[in-house]
Design a protein around this ligand. Sequence first.
Ligand SMILES: NC(=O)c1ccc[n+]([C@@H]2O[C@H](COP(=O)([O-])OP(=O)(O)OC[C@H]3O[C@@H](n4cnc5c(N)ncnc54)[C@H](O)[C@@H]3O)[C@@H](O)[C@H]2O)c1
Length: 367
Amino acid sequence: MKVVVTGGAGFIGAHLTRALLAAGAEVVVLDDLSTGAVANLAGLPVQLIVGSVTDRTTVEQACLGADSIVHLAARPSVARSLLDPMATHAVNATGTLTVLDVAQRDETHVVVASSSSVYGVGGTLPRTEDAPCRPRSPYAASKLAAEGYALGYRGGFGLPVLAVRLFNVFGPYQSVGHAYAAVVPTFIEAALSGRPLTVHGDGRQTRDFTYVSGVAGTLCDAALRRLSHPDPVNIAFGTRTDLLTVIVELERILGRTLPVRHVEPRSGDVRDSQAGTATLRTLFPDAVGLDLAAALEATVAWYVERGLPGASGVPSAVPSAAGGSAAGASGITSGALTPTVAPARSARTARPTPDAHREHLSDASGG
Ligand SMILES: NC(=O)c1ccc[n+]([C@@H]2O[C@H](COP(=O)([O-])OP(=O)(O)OC[C@H]3O[C@@H](n4cnc5c(N)ncnc54)[C@H](O)[C@@H]3O)[C@@H](O)[C@H]2O)c1
């Protein structure tokens, strides 16, 4: 079975690619390396196509003969979407439309990654999929558009699609060391560097923190079964943990007290988030999450073993001047990757700052 993973050089993509390979699938990764890194796939027998999901020719080339596409490629940042909504729309909405339109030609199954940010604020917890969506950022709107297009292609053309809403995913390979890094790796990085942990607000805001293995396993299962569903599906395990509890767990793991610095709440920060899991339980009865303590232990161990950003083996979050990750070129030549096939017609030029690309805490309704 051949599976295309767009955004496969990113955080979740790195785990999904490994899960698919372990399941015996042939994997093609399509990634423009804007926030992902070749190093995340080093040594894996995958074909990496460097290009953008907004480039139809490249998408067609990548998806030729595919049985399923897991579409993760996106600009995953609320903050960046506020700075440049058009660019977010181009990748997250139009890029998704391009993937779906190419898939429709060959009736290829597609899994589209949406976000719990589509729920916005208000409403009750847990968030069930039939809850109203009130996007509060261009990013959230772009994700709502993406899942809307996916379900529209299902309804209009009978394309087998699954739209999944991810919550606050964390674990190894998550980038850190930039302005919008996610909260868990940011806490870990600060703790390992001996800096105070910065908490926006009182730290009592809650999130459905989801260890990446459960997400990757579920996405892998969806692709292998070519699962299709008429409505979006939350992929999270229905937990609700506040930030202070995360810090207490990190203190337990590291065996010392961690200094905390409270700063102003982020504007637009969502107070609480938790997934309703009934649909997940029905469609993926075998899906299991890792409990927070074990998941944080595994994540801390990974960052300790791999070193912090800038150290060998940890992907840089900062795009290189060529639009790819700093680790890119060496990853291609030293790993087991098939050399890059398609130069990105729409390859990016360098952005002026390492302004990044991650849904941060304030996105969190989440993630
Ligand atoms: N991590 C989370 O907590 C979370 C939560 C909700 C939703 N999501 C969604 O899950 C998906 C994966 O997120 P992630 O956390 O792994 O982020 P990531 O930034 O690590 O991965 C995104 C990948 O997409 C690639 N990419 C970006 N623009 C592209 C383009 N135009 N063409 C091809 N590739 C492109 C990047 O280089 C990167 O490898 C995204 O769609 C994101 O919106 C993530």
